[in-house]
Design a protein around this ligand. Structure first.
Ligand SMILES: NC(=O)c1ccc[n+]([C@@H]2O[C@H](COP(=O)([O-])OP(=O)(O)OC[C@H]3O[C@@H](n4cnc5c(N)ncnc54)[C@H](OP(=O)(O)O)[C@@H]3O)[C@@H](O)[C@H]2O)c1
Length: 312
């Protein structure tokens, strides 16, 4: 896979990465197996995936610890770690905290859990309400100067907040919600990022499995399944997404792959996106993700996929 550069930093990575909120993310997903989590990370790295997207919030540090265990078996420069912090539990309840001292301590603590001496990309996970954004980013710039991180990211920032955060030009990458069925950032954020040479990494690229092709219009979820209460998996919204998925099935058939690979190939071909970080629940899902790197969409196919989802 051709490498991509993260913003104006020296970080380069293969663009197909792995989201790891299901690696040790016990506070977010029930019944996760840690052994599955370790195997997911190992299988990803063995298949050529480099970029591992984690956060303190995934298991309150557990995702970082599991990743630290696995990457010890790989050359450090083959792994690109993207980590995040902002959730502060020190008062007994969770608050978002972007204070410089908190962010610096978060980097130091994450380095220990990951058992490494640098983190490739460090994101402010969410903006808080009180810290001036450029001061928060300034704290990460200090950590970069100290060699502890290599690139600076912000996540879940609006355009206005991103402009504030990037006042000194230190921001390399933004990670926000974006998918084929959630494209608000195209008009809002992307023109600014392009002008400022800031990378964009979308999260929820597979819409929690909706865009893998494994569901059809007839799929139903029983009342104990949380998807039965998720509006994207029910009613008109679900029907529209399944129509669009059906419209791109012939492209998948032509390439002899599944919808999942075609969807990931679309993100990889999208000039507004730098990297893509699909999540996986078990190592068995990794070959399907890794195979997306082999799919080359023609311009017509790219447009057809774009239109199938835009039309719905
Ligand atoms: N910055 C932020 O605030 C933020 C917020 C959310 C997420 N993220 C990051 O974005 C990453 C991606 O989000 P996500 O993992 O929640 O959602 P996602 O990538 O949209 O969907 C992941 C789901 O797709 C399904 N899947 C993956 N590979 C498959 C395969 N080969 N065959 C069939 N199904 C497959 C699995 O569904 P099943 O579970 O049904 O098996 C998996 O759990 C996260 O891991 C995290 O790193 C960041």
């Amino acid at each position: 896979m051709k490498k991509v550069k993260i913003g104006k930093s020296q970080v380069e990575t293969a663009p197909l990465g792995l989201g790891t909120n299901k690696v040790g993310g016990h506070n977010l997903f029930p019944d996760l197996s840690e052994s599955d989590g370790r195997q997911v990370v190992r299988a990803a790295l063995e298949s050529g995936i480099q970029l591992l997207d984690t956060a303190f919030m995934y298991g309150k540090g557990r995702s970082e610890e599991l990743i630290g265990e696995v990457i010890a078996d790989f050359p450090r420069d083959q792994v690109i770690i993207a980590d995040k912090a902002a959730h502060d539990f020190s008062s007994g309840e969770m608050i978002l905290n972007n204070e410089p001292q908190f962010l610096k301590k978060s980097v130091d603590d994450a380095l220990k859990r990951l058992k490494t001496d640098y983190i490739d990309i460090f994101y402010i996970h969410f903006p808080d309400e009180k810290t001036p954004k450029s001061e928060a980013v300034g704290a990460l710039q200090d950590m970069r100067a100290a060699g502890k991180i290599r690139a600076i990211g912000i996540s879940n920032f609006t355009l206005e907040q991103a402009i504030d955060a990037n006042r000194d030009g230190y921001v390399d990458v933004v990670e926000n919600y974006y998918s084929l069925i959630h494209r608000d950032e195209e008009k809002k954020l992307f023109p600014y990022l392009k002008d400022e040479h800031i990378s964009f990494v979308p999260y929820f690229p597979l819409e929690s499995g909706l865009l893998t092709g494994k569901y059809t219009k007839d799929s139903t979820f029983d009342e104990h399944d949380p998807r039965s209460k998720n509006e994207k998996f029910t009613g008109e919204s679900f029907r529209k997404t399944m129509n669009a998925v059906d419209a791109i099935r012939p492209i998948a058939q032509r390439h002899q792959v599944d919808v999942l690979q075609v969807v990931l190939a679309w993100y990889l071909a999208n000039p507004d996106l730098t990297a893509v970080i699909p999540g996986a629940r078990n190592a068995g899902q990794i070959p399907g993700i890794a195979r997306a790197a082999e799919v080359r969409l023609s311009n017509d196919e790219y447009e057809l996929i774009d239109q199938a989802f835009a039309a719905e």
